[in-house]
Design a binder for this molecule. Structure first.
Ligand code: IPE
Ligand code: IPE
Ligand code: MG
Length: 240
């Protein structure tokens, strides 16, 4: 008998993941925190491939928050270097599997070289549509909403639109996630049960699955388990 029952129901259209637990994974092994981030990057690759296979259309991952700058210079520098080194390799993967890569977050705080590499990766994959990966880097939900409000205010000030035109849909069109459906499922591994400033607007009716596994140990089977749990939920959206 199979140990693990495969999901027969379709995968959610949009899955979001808070990739947490890299530091604890490294500590358990007596390794520096950045070894955990490296292992976490490998997990991301495997999980993105699995999402493509099971028909997920959008995968949004939280990689670095607007609050993560509080960490040591060594750790932050290590994460920046990891992203830079990893982008070229990731790009090959993405071109092969026809994955579109988008960055959500304020990239202006990154080095000019890294910013250019991120934009180049977005440009090179813009034609692909099998799976869209939204990579949240220097991302904060509050920052995203504040930026949207600011951009709308600027459009009002320049006469492009009037304040009365503001609706939920209109404000959403100024977010990084414009034109993308809200995530049906948000997964947080590592045992923490909080949102940590992730997708504050988009999570209004998302289903949350918290798991004890640390992100570098997270497997395709864990993802399938979370999806199975999602399918067992009764989503009411405020109705009965
Ligand atoms: C998530 O893992 C990656 C980032 C936030 C950059 P952590 O580094 O937060 O790992 P823990 O939570 O300390 O184990
Ligand atoms: C959230 O994890 C950010 C990412 C995974 C990128 P944190 O580890 O920064 O969140 P807290 O500090 O536990 O809330
Ligand atoms: Mg953490």
């Amino acid at each position: 008998m199979a140990l693990f029952q495969k999901n027969t129901l379709p995968a959610p259209r949009h899955i979001a993941i808070i990739m947490d637990g890299n530091g604890r994974w490294a500590k358990q092994r007596g390794l520096p925190r950045n070894a955990g981030h490296k292992a976490g990057a490998e997990t991301f690759r495997r999980i993105a491939a699995h999402c493509g296979k099971i028909g997920v259309q959008y995968l949004t991952v939280y990689a670095f928050s607007t609050e993560n700058w509080k960490r040591s210079e060594e750790e932050v520098g290590g994460i920046m270097t990891l992203l830079e080194n990893y982008l070229e390799e990731a790009l090959r993967d993405m071109e092969k599997h026809r994955v579109r890569l988008k960055f959500f977050g304020d990239l202006s705080r990154l080095s000019p070289t890294l910013q250019a590499k991120c934009r180049e990766a977005e440009g090179k994959t813009a034609v692909f549509a099998t799976l869209q990966v939204n990579f949240c880097f220097n991302y904060g939900g509050r920052d995203e909403i504040t930026r949207a409000a600011k951009a709308f205010a600027a459009d009002v000030a320049s006469g492009k639109c009037s304040a009365e035109e503001l609706t939920e849909e209109k404000l959403a069109s100024y977010l990084y996630s414009e034109n993308i459906p809200d995530p049906e499922l948000i997964i947080r591994p590592s045992g923490e049960m909080r949102i940590s400033n992730f997708l504050l607007w988009q999570c209004a009716y998302s289903e949350f699955v918290f798991m004890d596994v640390l992100w570098p140990d997270f497997t395709a089977a864990d993802l399938d388990k979370a999806i199975a749990e999602y399918h067992g939920r009764n989503r009411r959206f405020g109705g009965v």
